[in-house]
Design a protein around this ligand. Structure first.
Ligand SMILES: C=CC1=C(C)c2cc3[nH]c(cc4nc(cc5[nH]c(cc1n2)c(C)c5CCC(=O)O)C(CCC(=O)O)=C4C)c(C)c3C=C
Ligand SMILES: [Fe+2]
Ligand SMILES: [Fe+2]
Length: 332
């Protein structure tokens, strides 16, 4: 390939990673890598090694494998299926916009596809400039920070480095907010106005936020912007945090407790959107759409409707493509 035909840049689309099968063994391998990351769990290594290997990885994989099995698809884990579709569609959109070939590689922080395999594909394509797009709209050291560490690890053996643009967050990007608002409007057009809209974000330990992780402020800003875009009054929506893990307090209010209270108060119809998840996954399809829906109805509530993640919606892919192109200004 001559230098003039080299792509001007490549895009590394990054998400968390997911088990390769809905089995205890595959879930154990996944959790073993994920939960060993000090960005995710910061407990001192010897103590955490004992807890993780002695307790968590002996018990949790059985239960979590069942949860994965309940949402598994013909194309694998929902997170993998959606991420692959996003990569294909983002590449197509960028090529339509720029009129040239744009290598787009999917990589996961944990498991496969690895950043090393993405890097190999970029090298083969002659890519020397890479835009790294972690699919986390809100920055957290536990997710986006972990992407950065994993990238540095993948680049460690390289005798030369590519030029890099790392997209830190896009929590207030107007097109992101508009895509979320569009998905709520489409839900409303089909089902009518819910009694309340719950915006549920993955939690982190409160301690991490006290230490300076800006994640809760970014979730708050996203939620406010979405409520404003939809013209919601303060009593028509709420922001909560889901997926807590371990004993210490996580960001509050908790999604499950809030839904139990709303159920007890007799709300007829609640819609839940999870703006922090760019792709549907275990935490949205199983925890919210199945588990939390049951919590709500068993407490006395009516129906809980889960509004899907932005996934491969056209407005989401366009927003991501515009975000990428905005990062390439000096490169064209
Ligand atoms: C133990 C601490 C955890 C922190 C901190 C954490 C932060 C965090 N996670 C996401 C996004 C996702 N998490 C997912 C699953 C998941 N998360 C944790 C733990 C922490 N997450 C666990 C143990 C699991 C696995 C399931 C389980 O055992 O309960 C997923 C889904 C993956 C999938 O395969 O579908 C996503 C996505 C964010 C955004 C975040 C902090 C902001
Ligand atoms: Fe998580
Ligand atoms: Fe969960």
């Amino acid at each position: 390939m001559t230098s003039s035909s080299k792509p001007r840049f490549g895009v590394m689309l990054v998400n968390l990673g997911t088990p390769e099968a809905p089995t205890p063994d595959a879930v154990r391998r996944y959790l073993g890598e994920f939960l060993w990351d000090q960005r995710v769990v910061d407990v001192s290594r010897p103590l955490w090694w004992l807890i993780l290997n002695g307790i968590i990885l002996r018990i949790r994989p059985q239960r979590v494998a069942k949860a994965y099995a309940s949402v598994w698809t013909d194309q694998g884990s929902p997170l993998m299926k959606v991420s692959q579709a996003q990569a294909i569609e983002l590449k197509q959109r960028l090529e339509d916009m720029l009129g040239t070939s744009v290598p787009v590689e999917l990589a996961m922080t944990y498991g496969v596809p690895t950043m090393e395999s993405a890097g190999q594909a970029f090298r083969q394509a002659g890519v020397e400039r890479i835009i790294v797009l972690p699919l986390y709209p809100q920055f957290s050291a536990t997710t986006t920070g972990a992407v950065f560490d994993r990238l540095a690890k993948a680049l460690k053996p390289c005798p030369s480095l590519p030029e890099l643009h790392f997209i830190r967050d896009y929590h207030q990007n107007p097109d992101y907010i508009e895509a979320l608002a569009n998905s709520v409007r489409e839900y409303q057009a089909a089902h009518g106005m819910p009694d309340r809209l719950l915006m549920s974000f993955h939690g982190i330990p409160q301690r991490y936020a006290r230490q300076g992780d800006p994640y809760p402020q970014q979730c708050e800003a996203t939620a406010q912007a979405l409520a404003e875009a939809l013209g919601l009054e303060t009593d028509q929506w709420a922001l909560t945090f889901q997926s807590r893990f371990g004993r210490e307090p996580w960001l509050q209010p908790y999604t499950d407790k809030t839904l139990a209270e709303w159920g007890q108060s007799g709300l007829e119809r609640v819609a839940v959107i999870c703006p922090g998840f760019a792709a549907d996954c275990l935490e949205t399809l199983e925890e919210i759409a199945l588990q939390n829906a049951e919590i709500f109805t068993e407490a006395g509530g009516g129906t809980l409707d889960y509004i899907p993640a932005l996934n491969d919606r056209v407005d989401h892919i366009q927003m991501l493509a515009d975000l990428v192109v905005s990062q390439t200004q000096g490169w064209r």
